[in-house]
Design a protein around this ligand. Structure first.
Ligand code: MN3
Length: 193
């Protein structure tokens, strides 16, 4: 069981001016690759783990028969691998709005604008590194929350709908300490909404 770095569906500069090419190049080519390499190394050490999809490892993280050290690597680097692979697919230079999702968001949060305000505030308020998530919980209801580091909603039994990366490596070259500005601009490259 060995995973490879997924190719992007767009060029590194395709998300300009909201996300700059240099950030994309480092984020995909270096950060994502580094998560992948450590993930593959721990999988190699644990041939008893037989899953076709990396997501399944995160769903079953707490019951995997591995050492606690290896479980931590799977959580951090397996999480990093899966989260980034998911994140690249959410973004693009062209909108592909999901009208069903937009309708559900209106129903749950009042309006798309109210929803974005809540999502932004969870993102800005998150302390340290992590991700902000829109998920479906165990009752299929939409929920917004942030999680630290590379923790995945899959491990909580929730289905990710979309997410934004709050690690400084995702925005620091262009936005420096202005996380709120990055989060606001990021809606321009999210395809779904
Ligand atoms: Mn990242």
């Amino acid at each position: 069981m060995k995973f490879t770095l997924p190719k992007l569906d767009y060029a590194y500069d395709a998300l300009e001016p909201y996300i700059d090419a240099k950030t994309m190049e480092l984020h995909h080519g270096k950060h994502h690759q580094a998560y992948l390499d450590k993930f593959n190394a721990v999988l190699e050490k644990n041939p008893q783990l037989k899953y076709d999809r990396a997501e399944e490892l995160l769903m079953n993280l707490n019951k995997l028969e591995v050492s606690e050290d290896d479980r931590k690597v799977l959580k951090n680097h397996g999480g990093g691998f899966v989260n980034h692979a998911f994140f690249w697919k959410l973004m693009g230079p062209e909108k592909e709005v999901d009208n069903d999702l937009a309708a559900e968001i209106k129903k749950t949060f009042g309006s798309v604008d109210d929803f974005k305000t809540k999502f932004n505030s969870a993102a800005v308020g998150h302390f340290g590194s992590g991700w902000v998530w829109l998920v479906r919980d165990e009752n299929k209801e939409l929920k917004i929350y942030s999680l630290p580091n590379q923790d995945s909603p899959l491990t909580l039994g929730h289905q990710p709908v979309f997410c934004n990366d709050l690690w400084e490596h995702a925005y620091y070259l262009k936005y420096q300490n202005r996380r709120a500005e990055y989060i606001e601009n990021w809606w321009n490259v999210l395809k779904l909404l």
